[in-house]
Design a protein around this ligand. Structure first.
Ligand code: 5GP
Ligand code: MN
Length: 336
């Protein structure tokens, strides 16, 4: 993977561009992609954002979101655009298999692949150019850095600012996590100077749910949360029936893992959801417990030091058993 700075001088020549990100995109994936989209169209590039899967409805306020294609439901159109693409920006993921059914297409197309990502241990041989920095708060911050470093600060308009703000704000837990550096605050100050209305974005992202989501949370916290005080760990295991009963939609489970993490003394919180086709897990930690390594070792996953995820093909009960074995094996680290 060559440094991303080598493409700066090519930005002004219009091209067929695709921007993609990880499956079930969060606000950082969608926000960094649409921020980049709003930047690139100003040069006359033909840009298409393609999501590997569907996404949460609370992202649909983002400027440009109506043009995003869902690879799973618009495969023919998306495939033909991918075949013609000259550049494919790959945002907010480190390994191609995070794009699910798009993985073989990304492997076979002739386009130049450009990575911008902040996850640990990227598969660098899969990308032609790029930048990977696990110390960055978010991919949105990295897209901002890219725009500034390439010399186009004046192209950060309100639309770019709104999308990038959403990514940085959500990936830093509203500017709480240790990744919130002084440069993050400087970036936000710059976006404010360019017209960003930040309160509306918080409302769009956090005050936009249906009642059923909270009934679902109530049920889950009452009936599905297990605390292992001996290991300073907590687990929420969600059977598929619960998702059906409460009509849970993509994005509704985001943030659930933070509830057990707020319990005094808990250092590791996990949510394992039976999505039918796979068991999707989310891990969060406080302090010195490395969930990236934990997710890689036991759950075919990865991510960041304090936030990671994974997926398993075994039945839910088996994955829960695996978690219980894993916390026993990590007892020392969880108690230090
Ligand atoms: P979440 O729990 O919100 O799904 O994910 C937490 C973090 O771990 C995110 O940065 C996400 O991109 C990453 N992550 C989630 N699932 C996986 C996975 O299956 N593999 C890898 N490598 N990273 C993941
Ligand atoms: Mn991210």
């Amino acid at each position: 993977m060559k440094p991303i700075s080598e493409i700066y001088h090519l930005l002004e020549k219009p091209k067929q561009v695709v921007i993609t990100f990880h499956q079930k995109p969060d606000a950082d994936a969608m926000g960094s992609a649409l921020g980049l989209y709003q930047f690139l169209i100003q040069f006359g590039h033909v840009v298409t954002v393609i999501s590997p899967t569907n996404w949460a409805a609370f992202l649909n306020w983002m400027p440009g979101s109506k043009t995003v294609l869902d690879f799973e439901t618009q495969m023919e159109k998306a495939n033909s655009i991918l075949q013609k693409a000259e550049w494919i920006f790959c945002l907010d993921f480190n390994v191609l298999n995070r794009t699910k059914k798009m993985e073989p297409v990304l492997q076979s197309v002739s386009a130049i692949k450009i990575l911008i990502d902040h996850h640990e241990q990227p598969q660098t041989d899969a990308f032609n150019y790029g930048i990977s920095n696990a110390n960055k708060s978010s991919t949105a911050e990295m897209v901002y850095d890219f725009i500034i470093a390439a010399g186009y600060a004046e192209k950060i308009n309100e639309a770019v600012a709104e999308c990038l703000y959403a990514g940085v704000m959500t990936d830093t837990g509203s500017f709480r996590f240790s990744s919130t550096s002084s440069s993050v605050h400087r970036m936000i100050a710059e976006l404010k100077d360019r017209g960003l209305q930040h309160s509306q974005i918080h409302e769009n992202l956090f005050d936009n749910f249906l009642e059923t989501r909270f009934r679902f949370f109530g049920n889950i916290l009452l009936n599905r949360m297990e605390i292992f005080y001996e290991y300073n760990a907590a687990l929420i295991a969600i059977p598929q029936a619960d998702l059906i009963r409460y009509n849970v939609k993509t994005g509704d489970t985001e943030g659930l893992v933070n509830f057990p993490l707020s319990i005094k003394g808990i250092k590791l919180a996990a949510v394992i959801i039976d999505r039918g086709d796979e068991r999707k897990s989310s891990f969060r930690s406080k302090g010195g417990f490395d969930v990236n390594t934990f997710a890689r070792k036991y759950f075919n996953g990865g991510g960041h030091f304090n936030a990671a995820g994974g997926r398993n093909n075994e039945p839910l009960e088996e994955v829960v058993k695996k978690f219980k074995i894993a916390i026993k094996e990590n007892k020392e680290q969880l108690n230090s």
